[in-house]
Design a protein around this ligand. Structure first.
Ligand code: C5P
Length: 224
């Protein structure tokens, strides 16, 4: 028997990472943040000084990257050449640049293959011992794991997403520009605003984290 595959997509600020991690923790599954693969690839390209406009050079460089992922939902980590870059990949400079790598179709193909391999490994063994994996991103329900057991698109009103990302004291206009600007660039290659056939939509605008976690657990219970 293989493990369960849960795929969760959606734009920034829907609560998708928080909910995915919590669902993985409660079900003792691996947690796979596919956004981290794009972020670490971006950090690697920035460090190596490749011209991000040269798409084939970027894709070739991405293939040489030496990364390992720790899929622990309590403490997910990304190691680049054995250096823990889990915080660095969340920096503004990476966030502002990541769409350049994510919209490079050659680099996307390489990262997508890696993601499929990670998911396949978790369904048979890996960190979760074969219990399975919660994978989150933008195209997991449609391109990377269209055959996942549970597929969910998380959405939320734009202003709510911006406010969640901003937190206290932040300049809303700057955060709005950053969050919605990134969505807009990413949307040129992946569609993550409306659910594909067979994908459940979960609008978290009016939900607490706990309610959103419960809603996902309810959908998992239906297939288990
Ligand atoms: O989810 P997160 O904000 O960390 O994702 C970072 C970036 O990685 C996104 O803005 C997008 O450019 C890219 N991404 C993607 N496809 C995915 C996951 C992330 O293009 N499945």
């Amino acid at each position: 028997m293989t493990g369960i595959s849960i795929a969760i997509d959606g734009p920034a600020g829907t609560g998708k990472s928080t909910v995915s991690k919590e669902v993985a923790r409660r079900l003792k599954l691996a947690y796979f943040d596919t956004g981290a693969t794009y972020r670490v690839a971006t950090l690697w390209c920035m460090r190596e000084g490749v011209d991000l406009a040269q798409e084939s050079d970027v894709a070739a460089l991405v293939e040489t990257m030496n990364v390992s992922l720790v899929l622990d939902p309590r403490n997910p980590r990304v190691l680049l050449e054995d250096e823990d870059v889990s915080s660095l990949i969340r920096s503004d400079s990476v966030a502002l640049t990541v769409s350049k790598v994510a919209t490079n179709l050659e680099a996307r193909a390489a990262l997508g293959q890696w993601q499929r391999d990670v998911i396949a490994a978790e369904l048979e063994g890996g960190y979760s011992d074969g219990r399975g994996v919660v994978s989150e991103g933008r195209d997991i329900t449609t391109v990377i794991a269209p055959d996942a057991d549970v597929r969910i698109l998380m959405t939320a009103d734009e202003e709510i997403r911006v406010a969640r990302r901003a937190g206290e004291g932040a300049d809303l206009a700057t955060v709005r520009e950053a969050v919605l600007g990134r969505d807009k660039k990413d949307s040129t290659v992946v569609q993550f605003h409306t659910a594909a056939d067979g994908v459940h939509t979960l609008d978290t605008s009016e939900l607490t984290i706990e309610e959103a976690v419960q809603a996902v657990l309810d959908l998992v219970a239906e297939v288990r």
